[in-house]
Design a protein around this ligand. Sequence first.
Ligand code: SAH
Length: 510
Amino acid sequence: MNQNDYNGNCVYLIGAGPGEPGLMTLRGKELLEQADCLVYDALVSPTFLSWLKPDCKKIYVGKRAGNHAMPQEEINRLLVECAGKYACTVRLKGGDPYVFGRGGEEGLALNKAHVRFEVVPGISSAIAGPGAAGIPVTHRGICTQFTVFTGHEGADKAASELDIEGIAAARGTKVMLMGMSRLRETLAALMRAGQCGAAPAAVVQWAATARQHQVCATVETLADAVESAGLAAPAVVVIGEVVNLADSLNWRKKLPLAGKRIVVTRTREQAGEFSRRLAALGADVLELPTIRIAPPSDKRDFAESVVDSPHYDWLIFSSPNGVKRFFQAFFAVYEDIRELGGARLAAIGSGTAAELKKYGLMVDVMPKKAVAEELIAEFDRKADEFGGVAHCTMLWVHSEQSRRVIHDELMKRHAIVDECIAYSIVPETEDISGNAERLRSEGADLITFTSSGTVRHFMDLQIPVPPGCRIASIGPITSATLGEYGLTPDIESAEYTIPSLVEAIVKRFS
Ligand code: SAH
């Protein structure tokens, strides 16, 4: 490669940070979005994968249950190979690429092969790990230096190569990475080398993520404390007086849903807002999409009814998805929202109304409670205002799986109701994130259901509700569907909205 050629293929060694996607750098995210090929490790959140272009080649080189990771020499070769094929190859690593990340070796190998590379630093667990548990690695008046070391020596090195005496004698905070499998031995070796056994010490597992757990003890008692708490890798070990600050500075522990694992069963597209709210309150959110929004089986019929939509007196929207799909199709045909004409609008659910508002459209009829029966009652109540529905032409935009209530009741009232089937709800069969597996093996504190469809499809997955796990429902219809399976929700949202459901969950857990 010509060293001045900055348009050629490039490999980016990117630090992903300690786990939470929000803790990656903006530069890292930007490059992930452009990547043609991704080479990645364990400890990298599945959320990162959702940022990739759909055709990005993904190559996993980390450990899999029972299997070893790809040997480093092979990874080096692979990166060179990828650089030959792809304009933008991203090599994504946990934390920072240069802190026990072998980023240096990869950089040297790329140099040798004359492949251009760039490094994007990441937040290292060595600093953010203790910090996430309320342990600052330095603190004025307590310590003025910190040491980071590895507790796991490469197989080709003798364990004694670690400068145990030097670490034991060091002042300030000591942070050990990769130290969990030999924690007891390493701490004992440090004490033999003069480390004070009474010094405060802590272990922080899954630091800076919602799965975080920590124990604080002393160097002498830490191994036992960790064992009885059942903590294991990935975890950082911290030794030093700064550990005493953990109680006051651990803000994460104070969040109302801290330590609660909550399953979200919405579609991937819809889970966002709900998951974000729960995560912000400290919950460990397992997104388990049980359903997916798919095009309706009769696409032609859908397209035709959208084309005809400007001729109706009323448009009725049953869901936010219906609004989205409808307008996608609408703007494929018409350029101007005014083509829609002067139809009145009815909607079920404030989310649906909010979706309409994005197009500057206000709803004329919306029931307080987001159920079909209430919409009909609201039409009856408001009949004087607009002369009732008899002989009105109405287009009802909904999913293939909707109940018939709206159609049947409006027909009874002599309205002329046409249907616009905008989408279909189909089961999600892939477990891309591995969350279905996590739910099976680790259990959860709460499973949430935001529609009857999510209940039915969750049941189809045949994952048993873990013992002691609670159930939350967004409203009476969803609760009734749960009842069909012999389940009673412990939490039911007051209103059919995500904020209301989140409120009910917080109330229940506080
Ligand atoms: N380059 C990484 C470290 C890689 S070595 C960094 O800068 O963070 C892997 C070790 O990092 C693990 O054994 C564990 O000690 C630590 N680690 C990484 N992510 C962690 C996390 N979220 N919580 C606790 N420890 C973590």
